[in-house]
Design a protein around this ligand. Sequence first.
Ligand code: CAA
Length: 256
Amino acid sequence: MPNEILTETIGAVGVCRLNRPDKLNAINIPLMEQLVAALEAFDKNPEIRCMLVAGSERAFAAGADIAEMASAGMVEMYIRNQFATWDRIGLVQKPIVAAASGYVLGGGCELMMNCDIIVAAEGTQFGLPEINLGVIPGAGGTQRLTRALGKARAMDLILTGRSIDAAEALAAGLVSRVVPRESYFDAALQVCKDLCTKAPLALRFAKEAVMKNYALTLEEGIQHERKLFYMLFGTQDQKEGMGAFVEKRKANFAGK
Ligand code: CAA
C-alpha cells in the first residue's frame, strides 16, 4: 500500500504528514486509516508526548477524496461508513497540534477541527465547499464549525461554500495562532515542544475536560450529519456535482 502519510519523531513529538501532494492531500480511505493508526501508535508510545499533523505548504488537505466517492450510491456510502474511522481521532488522549497551510477545505478543515491547537500560515484558505458538490460536510463539519464560529458565521460558510483566510479564521476563533508562511511548520513544532515540557497527565486530563464541554450533543449531531451526507448519494445532484469536479467542468444542479 502506498505511504499516504509520512511519520517521524522529533524529540518527544510524533509528526504525521499527509503525503498526497499531487492531489492536494485529498483524504482517501487509506490515508485516513494510516493517519489514525499512526496517531494511535504515538498515543500508546510512552516516549511521545504530543502529535503534530501537517500537510504541504500548498495544501493541508483540499477535502475528502472526491474521485473516490463520486460514483458511490447511498447504500454503498452507508455501508462503507468511511467516517467511522475519523471518530477514532477523538479517542486520542495526547494533544494533537495542526500545522495548517494552503488549502484547508472540506474534510481537510474537518480533520483540522479534530486537532486541539491549530497554528496557521498567513494566507491559508479555510472552507467547507461541499455545497458546491451537491452535498454537505460529512465528517463533523456542520457541528464543529458551528461550535467554533457560532451559527451566523457557520451558516454563511456552509451554505455559500466560500473560504475565509487565516486572518478571518483567527478573528472568528477557528484557529488560535497565525504565523508567517515560511515558518508555519516550525512554529507548530515549537508549540509541540512547549507542550512536551508540561506534565503529561495534566495535559491529558485538560484535553479530556475541554472535550467534555461539548462531547455528548456533538456526537448526536455528527451521527445525524453523517446520515444526511450518505443520503445525498441517492441524489442526481451529488452525481452531477462530484462528476463535474472529476471531469473538470461546471456543475448544473437540477434539485433531484
Ligand atoms: N478530491 C480529489 N482530488 C482532489 C481534491 C479532492 N478533494 N482536491 C484537489 N484534487 C486533485 C485535483 O483533481 C487535481 O488532480 P489532477 O492533477 O490529477 O487533475 C489535483 O488535486 C490538483 O487540484 P487542482 O488542479 O484542482 O488545483 P487548483 O489549484 O486548480 O485548485 C482547489 C485547488 C480550489 C483546492 C481545487 O482543487 C478544489 O476545488 N478542490 C476540491 C475542494 C472540495 O470541494 N473539497 C471538499 C471535498 S468533499 C468532502 O470533503 C466531504 C466531507 O465532508 C468529508
